[in-house]
Design a protein around this ligand. Structure first.
Ligand code: GLN
Length: 251
């Protein structure tokens, strides 16, 4: 859990494996959290964590991105090594956002298309099986909590939720977790997994607000106001409405 803050306004943000797990602009999620914290008067302390690094002592928010199957193989052993810490942080309510490749690895396992099993850390109750068909394209989902969520997906792994995970959203356009149900992403405590690149957070500020407010709550600080990100939120909502209209016109 977060422990050693030098000042009450410091918020420590950790980006997991930016060297190997950072495709389709997933770094934008770290930037989005950083900028929004600055705009709200907080002092973000940004950490990157790559294999072999010392895991930061003080952690308020963790973000992680997607990657090739090969990149997932590279970080697998290191991720298993820090799994106890990540479980403790998740149990303590630390907000985390994991995209695509790291979403799969926060689940139980990813059996790739070539039959390799990448072992996950089981923070999320999901399992992923690689299929010959890649699921690629723009995607629009809806969540009762966050509203419309938009992004871009490109994955061979198809993810299936266990009983302890709830979907992040319902797919309205695109594929999401798999081709057999309409779920997208998964959520457990304050940990969110999603297939959506984009980057996700700049396009979906309600999710940025969620991560920041969960971190502030853990520190006993007041949440940022609902309207705090309203300009960006309105732009994202308009974009999502447009994407839905376009989707309706497709055959
Ligand atoms: N390599 C994984 C897959 O293809 C994840 C891809 C990604 O992160 N976009 O399913």
């Amino acid at each position: 859990m977060a422990t050693q803050h030098d000042s009450p306004t410091q918020i420590h943000v950790v980006q997991l494996y930016p060297r190997d797990m950072n495709i389709y602009g997933d770094f934008g999620n770290a930037l989005s959290v950083q900028r929004q914290l600055e705009w709200q008067g907080y002092e973000p302390v940004m950490h990157t964590y790559d294999p072999g690094d010392t895991f930061p002592k003080t952690v308020d928010i963790i973000v992680g991105g997607g990657g090739q199957d090969s990149g997932q193989g590279i970080v697998q052993d290191d991720l298993l090594g820090i799994a106890p810490r990540l479980h403790d942080l998740a149990d303590a309510g630390v907000p985390m956002l994991m995209i695509c490749g790291l979403y799969q690895m926060f689940g139980k396992f990813f059996r790739t298309i070539d039959g390799t099993t990448i072992t996950g850390i089981g923070v999320l109750d999901v399992e992923t099986i690689g299929k010959p068909e890649r699921l690629i394209g723009n995607i629009v989902t809806h969540s009762d909590e966050f509203g419309d969520i938009i992004g871009y997906e490109n994955h061979s792994g198809q993810t299936f939720l266990g009983t302890d995970a709830v979907p992040l959203g319902t797919v309205m356009q695109g594929e999401g977790n798999n081709t057999t149900d309409t779920t997208e992403g998964a959520r457990s405590r304050n940990v969110i997994g999603s297939y959506l690149h984009g980057s996700l957070l700049p396009k979906n500020p309600a999710l940025t607000t969620f991560l920041i407010n969960a971190a502030l709550h853990n520190r006993g600080l007041d949440p940022v106001g609902a309207g705090a990100l309203s300009a960006a939120g309105q732009a994202a909502a308009a974009f999502a409405r447009n994407a839905r209209e376009v989707a309706k016109k497709r055959p």
